[in-house]
Design a protein around this ligand. Sequence first.
Ligand code: MC0
Length: 134
Amino acid sequence: MFLINLDHVGIAVNDLDAALEEYERQYRIQRVHRQVVKSQGVEEAMIAVGGSHIQLLQPLSDDSPVAKFLAKRGEGLHHVAYAVPDIEAALDHLRAEDVELIDDTPRIGGGDRRIAFVHPKALAGTLIELVESP
Ligand code: MC0
């Protein structure tokens, strides 16, 4: 299958500590991990929800894509991430379908996994992240 799982849903927040505290208070969630991903300009916190995750994203600087998103739209749904078995094959397929990619080649994301983004203009205004999960 092309998409094997809903890996995570990314949510942009202004204050990671405050958002985590609210998730814990309101939903009694369990944190999985927290990590600074310098290459993406974010600090992320992953929350396990069944077989999937919520990823809270706080920008590290004003030029981070998440900072730009927060300035324009405020806190909220930033992207949907799908697991794919072979990220190069997935990108080849999307290129063949003339889908607008942000990343031509994979980059390294949280948890040192290989990721690639697809432009929100390609489908229903949703930023899509592909995450390789062999
Ligand atoms: C921007 N747009 C979005 C959007 N960000 N639409 C839906 N969801 C988003 N997250 C829309 C804007 O509203 C605008 O639409 C158009 O896209 C261009 O936006 P812009 O503000 O001019 O911004 P750009 O073009 O400079 O950049 C947008 C783009 C960028 C999506 C290309 O943010 C990007 O490259 N994102 C991929 C990397 C990323 O987001 N990294 C952070 C997560 P209108 O209609 O006004 O033209 S890192 C992560 O998640 C890692 C840690 C991981 O999971 O492992």
